[in-house]
Design a binder for this molecule. Sequence first.
Ligand code: SF4
Ligand code: SF4
Length: 92
Amino acid sequence: MNIAYIAGIAVLLWISANVYRRRKRRNKVVCVVESNCTGCRQCVKRCSRHVLEMEKDETGSHVVVKYPGKCTACGHCLEKCKFNALNLIERI
Ligand code: SF4
Ligand code: SF4
């Protein structure tokens, strides 16, 4: 076995793992635990795909998942939320 052969196999494995990871992510979508949301907007600012928006009602401001179809389940908004108000769930 030469080095090029081993490198080729390594690249193929890496590509397959990435494809698998992306497919798995596409099956998930972000959801908001409204009772935990303080309306701090950190997640809205962090989402580059503009999936999340603020809404106001009689209980105050909180985040809603406005465009779930655009969510890639990257998890960046979850990293920003200090209040455990976001989860990734399986798409229905
Ligand atoms: S970061 Fe968390 S607490 Fe802040 S607005 Fe988003 S979901 Fe609500
Ligand atoms: S998981 Fe990613 S794409 Fe989905 S709302 Fe959060 S930051 Fe946006």
